[in-house]
Design a protein around this ligand. Sequence first.
Ligand code: HEC
Length: 110
Amino acid sequence: MNQWLAMPAACFVLMLSSAVVAGELDAGKALAKKNLCFDCHGLSGNSDLYNNEAPWVPKLAGQPVGYLVKEMKAYRSGSRQDELMSPIMQPRTDAEIDLLAAYFAAQKRY
Ligand code: HEC
């Protein structure tokens, strides 16, 4: 491919991949809303709903995707147990966990 084609082609690929990422984040957000994650962890994943008066609810914002996926699967399998989180994670599929993790990992932590 010559250099005059390479540039627009690269831009197109970039646009395409950012559209895919945005779609993934929207899907993760919708899932989080449906499954009440925001009620405890907040829309931004900073778990500051009660003016930080519930420090036992961990912040999800900005945590590594891999960590969030690993912990959600641990609740699902029972290797990590919590009376609130375990029942929420038990019915989740791998695909749902990936989307939820992608959404919260992408939020700004404060
Ligand atoms: C009823 C409140 C509540 C809801 C709803 C809730 N969580 Fe949690 N979540 C908690 C609490 C409390 C903990 C800490 C539990 C523990 O000590 O293991 C936690 C822990 C987590 C962790 C582990 C974080 C870490 O730093 O180790 C992840 C990931 C998580 N929640 C994701 C979610 C997702 C995704 C949803 C929605 C599908 C959700 N939570 C819904 C209360 C909630």
